[in-house]
Design a protein around this ligand. Structure first.
Ligand code: ITT
Length: 195
């Protein structure tokens, strides 16, 4: 089955493609669809994922998958959360620096956080569903590692490594996105069995 990925984030596309080689994906940007005019007006990851998938499904009429994800830090009452990509109002490095400065002086035991990923899938006007994955960790005191994207260099998983110290294939085994995609595969298998 072939899906459009409703994203402009190339890192998400790479992770999804590598985790689901049995499916065919085309990113919205490869269809010259500009997502920049799309506003994430939802109040939850699930709502935003659904809105993104619906937006692209309505344009293309093709089965569509959208990922809405972010980092929730306990001591910041879940911030940056659904605003993860817009946290500083600037780029990804500035988002990371803003978070590190907000946690300045906070001891390790209070730096708990989780990545959340909601994946919405629209197969047809009648068949659609959302799955959600999460991954628990700790926010580091500084940037560690050079792989990945976004907040990867400051998110320490329970094996002691940041996501940015992991290869893409190692990260996806543990990550919020990997956990959501496992559920997505289960749902798609059910759908394929029924049809
Ligand atoms: P699209 O909306 O086009 O998919 P986006 O990057 O704006 O791309 P989101 O609105 O879902 O996507 O925001 C996700 C942000 O959360 C992302 O920009 C990162 O800052 C952060 N994030 C999500 N998953 C991450 C991951 O696996 N590693 C590091 N940061 C992640």
């Amino acid at each position: 089955m072939k899906f459009v990925l409703a994203t402009h984030n190339k890192n998400k596309v790479q992770e999804i493609k590598s985790f689901m080689p049995e499916f065919e994906f085309i990113a919205a940007y490869d269809l010259d669809i500009d997502l920049s005019s799309f506003n994430e007006t939802g109040t939850t990851f699930e709502e935003n994922a659904e809105l993104k998938s619906k937006y692209i499904y309505e344009i293309t009429g093709l089965p569509t998958i959208a990922d809405d994800s972010g980092l929730c830090v306990d001591i910041l009452n879940g911030k940056p959360g659904i605003y993860s990509s817009r946290y500083s109002g600037k780029g990804s490095n500035e988002n990371v620096q803003k978070l590190l400065s907000e946690l300045d002086g906070v001891p390790a035991e209070k730096r708990t956080a989780r990545f959340i990923c909601a994946v919405s899938c629209v197969i047809s006007s009648k068949i659609k569903f959302v799955v959600k994955g999460k991954c628990e960790g700790i926010i580091s005191n500084s940037i560690i590692g050079e792989h990945g994207f976004g907040y990867d260099p400051i998110f320490i998983f329970k094996n002691g490594k940041t996501f940015a110290q992991m290869t893409q294939s190692e990260k996806i085994k543990y990550s919020h996105r990997g956990n959501a995609l496992k559920l997505l595969k289960e749902e798609l298998n059910k759908y394929c069995l029924k049809n």
